[in-house]
Design a protein around this ligand. Structure first.
Ligand code: GTP
Ligand code: MG
Length: 433
């Protein structure tokens, strides 16, 4: 179990690491601002009570630390706070699309290992449903235009809650499900269910509103038919707005092909060829060999039955064993392979798209901070040097004065000596006369 979702865990690790780096940058900025805002006169002994000297010190401080530098560092603090908040909220997002009744909601339920979203024949999902984890103990939903947390008791209650709402297909309902019940949600994965792409939607609005931050897209197809133009059209639009989107193709309802064993292999090959050429040649989202590992033949219904059995859910209801058609093992195997590859691509893409820009920004801020502090340091060294130069000049002047004074004293002494000699000679002369 410890290796469960191993690749998804990397996302959390990277998020933790980048958060730590930002915490360091943040502490560094706080320390700088504390230093910048500290009263410079308080650090200057002898300045107390001496207004003129405080003024000189302040002038010197503002020469070293310009208001522009202080403003930049203050701006960085706000920026870093914002980035840290975004980082801590970052999740990996996967969006599901496909025609009505292809099994999108069932695929999501199978991946979550429980019946979270309503599914059924006919047009079931009538708006966008985003499933995400909560640390709370019970599930709840949030409809657009309201922050109210409405408890969800069961999947059927969610279904009726949604059908009672007047929601158009462009609204988003957020379904919060306890993380403790779903390992996938524990790893900060968000799954976005959508109404069928054939519900004549405004695809541009869909993509702009819900897909720009998606890391992976899953096209849920019906393997009983073929890849439809409505489905292709949607992904062509996605491809025009997002460069190289990560798209998986799930040929769902593969259990229904079971009765026709002879043709199954042929159909599989046809679907595979079409899907690979769609992903690689048309969308140009990956290479042909990569595309081969992004196309799967599954039965979401059976995968869900298996998951429910594995976790002893729904044992009170009639045994779901009848829902597994012959050969279910290989379809379930393919479903698990899909999940493994999906998790790899999801975490890899999310790490790159969600954190690369933040890492770059962090590097930029650290660089800018370094330049500012380097300028402050150089300014203070310059001020110190000029103070030393001033002191040296003063000392030189003092020395010159001293020299001048001692010369004057020598001259005076000599003169006094001469005077004394002259006076002595004069009095000698007078006595003799
Ligand atoms: P909308 O929300 O209406 O767009 O449909 P959807 O794509 O979400 O399909 P949903 O998951 O509601 O499934 C439609 C019906 O197909 C349900 O009755 C599912 O039980 C059934 N179904 C889903 N996946 C499979 C599958 O792999 N095999 C079979 N036999 N039935 C499936
Ligand atoms: Mg649905």
């Amino acid at each position: 179990k410890s290796t469960q979702h191993a690749s998804l865990k990397q996302f959390r690790q990277v998020r933790e690491e980048i958060n730590q780096v930002y915490a360091q940058i943040s502490a560094y900025i706080d320390e700088c601002l504390e230093f910048f805002n500290s009263d410079c006169s308080a650090n200057t002994p002898g300045a107390i009570g001496d207004a003129a000297s405080v003024k000189v010190e302040e002038a010197c401080f503002s020469r070293i630390l310009t208001p522009a530098a202080v403003q930049s560092v203050t701006d960085f603090r706000a920026k870093v706070r914002g980035i840290r908040e975004v980082i801590s909220r970052n999740q990996m997002k996967c969006a599901f699309f496909g025609r009505t009744s292809n099994g999108k909601s069932t695929v999501i339920n199978a991946m979550l290992g429980r019946k979270v979203l309503p599914s059924g024949i006919g047009h079931t999902t009538n708006c966008f449903l985003q499933v995400e984890g909560t640390s709370k103990e019970s599930a709840y939903l949030q409809t657009p235009n309201s922050s109210e947390e409405r408890p969800i008791e069961s999947v059927s209650q969610l279904g009726s809650a949604l059908s009672n709402e007047k929601l158009d297909c462009e609204s988003l309902v957020r379904v919060f499900w306890p993380k403790q019940l779903c390992s996938l949600l524990r790893e900060d994965v968000v799954l976005l269910d959508s109404p069928g792409v054939d519900v004549s939607p405004d695809l541009d609005t869909w993509i702009d509103q819900f897909c720009m931050d998606a890391d992976v897209f899953i096209l849920v197809c019906n393997s009983e038919s073929t890849l439809m133009n409505t489905e292709k059209k949607f992904f062509h639009k996605v491809g025009s707005k997002l460069s190289k989107p990560n798209v998986f193709v799930l040929n769902n309802r593969w259990d229904c092909s079971d009765g026709e064993l002879d043709s199954a292999e042929l159909v599989r090959k046809q679907h595979m060829d079409k899907s690979v050429s769609f992903l690689a040649d048309e969308l140009k989202s990956c290479t042909r060999s990569e595309a081969e590992s992004r196309v799967y033949f599954v039965s979401a219904k059976e995968a869900l039955v298996n998951r429910l059995k594995e976790t002893n859910q729904g044992l009170e209801s009639p045994s779901p064993a009848g829902s597994l058609a012959d050969g279910w093992q290989s379809r379930y195997f393919d479903f698990k392979n899909f999940e493994r590859e999906f998790e790899l691509i999801l975490s890899d893409s999310a790490i790159r798209t969600k954190f690369a820009a933040h890492a770059e920004q962090g590097r930029h801020i650290a660089g800018q901070m370094f330049s500012i502090l380097e300028a402050v340091y150089e300014g203070s060294v310059e001020e110190k040097d000029s103070a030393v130069r001033q002191r040296q000049a003063l000392q030189r002047d003092l020395e010159n004065l001293r020299v001048a004074a001692s010369t004057e004293r020598d001259i005076r002494q000599t003169l006094e000596g001469i005077e004394r000699k002259v006076a002595g000679t004069l009095s000698e002369e007078i006595r003799r006369l």
